[in-house]
Design a protein around this ligand. Sequence first.
Ligand SMILES: Nc1ncnc2c1ncn2[C@@H]1O[C@H](COP(=O)(O)OP(=O)(O)OP(=O)(O)O)[C@@H](O)[C@H]1O
Length: 912
Amino acid sequence: MPRNSENANPTGEDLDGGKAKGADSRVTPMMAQYLDIKRGHPDCLLFYRMGDFYELFFEDARKASETLGIVLTKRGKHLGEDIPMCGVPIERSDDYLHKLIACGHRVAVCEQTEDPAEARKRGGKSVVQRAVVRLVTPGTLTEERLLEPGRANLLVALVRQRDKADAALFGLAAVDISTGAFDVYVTETGALGALLARLEPREIVAAETLLADSVLRARLEEGGAAITPLNEKAFFGRAAEKKLLDYYGLGTLDGLGPLSHLEIDAAGLCLAYIERTQFASKPRLNRPSRVETRAAMEIDAATRVNLELARSQSGQRQGTLLWALDRTVSSAGARTLAEWLAAPLRDIEKIALRQDAAAFFLDDPLLRADLRRDLRAAPDMTRALGRLALDRGGPRDLAALRDGLFAARQCGVALAQKDPPFLLAKAAEFLAEIDTALPQRLAVALGEDLPLDRRAGNFVAAGYDQPLDDARALRDESRRVIASMQGMYCEKAETRALKIKHNNFLGYFIEVNQAQGEKLLKPPFNAEFIHRQTMADAMRFSTAELSQLESRITNAADEALAIEARIFSELVAAALGQSAELEATAAALAALDVLTALAETAADAGWIRPRVDNSLAFQIEAGRHPVVEAALKARGEPFVPNDCDLGGALGGKNKDSGGKLAVITGPNMAGKSTFLRQNALIAILAQIGSFVPAKSAHIGVVDRLFSRVGASDDLARGRSTFMVEMVETAAILNQATEKSLVILDEIGRGTATYDGLSIAWAVMEHLHETNRSRALFATHFHELTHLRQKLPRLVNLCMRVSDWRGEVVFLHEVAQGAADRSYGVQVASLAGLPVAVVERARQILGELELNDLRTPVERLVADLPLFAPAPPPPPAKRGDALREALAALDPDDMTPRQALEALFALKRAAES
Ligand SMILES: Nc1ncnc2c1ncn2[C@@H]1O[C@H](COP(=O)(O)OP(=O)(O)OP(=O)(O)O)[C@@H](O)[C@H]1O
């Protein structure tokens, strides 16, 4: 617990303006300093350093005490009012920072920049100099305790091409200052959401003017990142170029490879923000590298949530695909796996290289186990290096480099002895040739039981540096040193009755009896022994050597600390001198961790290597859902594997080309959603280079993956169930291509039956005729299965169930054909609906079936002109009433209900 008010004045400064003297309206020099500094950082909580505490005052104190649950006290007066105050101890400040940042605050850390003793020399009322040395924001964290080990901590800077407001292009720079990763992207408006969903930034900075676009801002806020507006004038164009040149000490940008203006602007903005938050500290950043967004399978935010790739619907890691897949043994490996999973590849050669590597490890369990043991011992080198570069590192970070480098070399040697495939051969060659000079130097220099903070000292090994050993000997063994000196002086004074003693007045001194003292006053002794005091029965002397020893002992601890600080700096400089190699080593180790982990998962869970090519195949034999399977296994229940074939022929506008559209019917709880999702997950796994849960799989590369579930409310954004469903469905129909994979789960159920059915129907036609994507469509509208007669690439699948004495039994098997009935009433009875209600429902169902409500639908299928299902809209005529009504709407200004009403009004107008 932070202590409360009585601590408040460790620096001896005048905090409370002489309250006893009734000088309430006086602003003390310290308060004036505080207010001055605070004025520069109005959007941050100010951590104001006072001795061993960071103090917060006024509104900051209120907010912090509320968020942190610490005591709010008051201290002194400002303009006649009590000053609210709370404080956090330095040694626990990371924990408090973590909580504040997690709750959306930004913190300005204000340190004492001079020794309080210096300030006191200027007079009693002097204020210790202070300055803000760092802003702590979600996107600029580096401390181990503030970071999630298995997740990148990205800061994203966003710029928009200024001349095109409609079809704008965005430049985006993503930096992780804890690892030095620095990537730049260019993306269109339509793909921005998917890119942000992939990167999951912790913080997004953008120009104030850009953030004034409320639609864009809302989209940026969707991912939960902190949004930081910047006054942009200084950062674009030539200013951005200059930022980059200065940061990397370059004369020309050619050294960074071809970067577009948008990329340069985004990178420049990012650097400007880093400077603004890090002040004098300069993080070690890789040079910005361009990432082709089209190189990755595009997966938008809704699909990621729906498929629970890295985060479950409730925000947890457990129960996600990443959770089921992740067998990595290092934090860097876990981060890399998360990055791979967030961006499955589209390049079949790159996919094959990863598959080759995983297959190689699958075939050699012994090598795999050896490497995994070494990898487990390899600490997080990248983040350690990041902290050292920012001067925030400690001895344990140096040890991380030492252990990481040794482990890396060991892995390289072990791997090089085998005959690994290309990707691994390159890594093995690099790792086996790591220069061990640095880790050896670190091994000799660093002791055991290293402190986190270098200021604690005692981390340099004994024997590494003679002056340090001497200083420590003096500090720790002063008694032994004095005892040996005493022996020496006994010999010199030719007496055994000589003692070295200590008091506060004289410090260390030599004491002899009167007779011996008389002797020492005379030559030759008096050349060395200097008389200090004569007592009743003793005389006291000092020597030049003893005085020196005296000050050396007093200073020994300081000296030892100073020497250790120098050695630390030397070691850090040596490490930073090799930062590029260290970074490459860490990246190679992380990739090795992921590839061995993929093999481990494949071995554990019985996964197979999929065939991935550029066709439009999608043939899964006996596929499984990795997460549901794991959950069932834990309960001792089997998972029923299922086949899926959505393959088709590529061919643009060719009438028969395109993937299959499978319509899946079957009762609730029969396993439709599981089947849909497992096929999407298998495609993702295949494209990250992983093996997949199936007996065999052949997949043509998927360019975009869409997954939607009907009827999921998004109350936070004030949109109704149906609205969300339609907005998301619209995105799919506008974006899905022949190479996409579309998963739709019960689209259309959020509205009245016939509206829903009609929409689902039209969506299917559009998917089949226009998008031609491989698609899975689960529905309770059995009527849709009749479309099979008209849509040649549509296949009907159903979930098999059996009826046992009137009770439904789920077999979880996917069969060809349409479900004969929906079993809704039986499922309701399983769920415990009162018997009377179930019986009544059975009765009503019987009557409805007698009236055969399906007949009109079947007639409709036969009548509708289905081969022109999605005719291009006719060009609007001038004065078109519908168009005018549409133009008059302002969606930004409508509640969901008004939007719905408007939609229905439009529909009525269109029909009349
Ligand atoms: N292939 C399978 N093998 C074994 N159990 C399965 C399988 N598929 C699903 N299940 C079990 O059935 C449960 C329900 O599955 P799922 O949610 O996929 O059904 P659904 O048909 O989509 O239901 P609803 O229409 O109500 O959403 C799962 O939680 C799982 O326990």
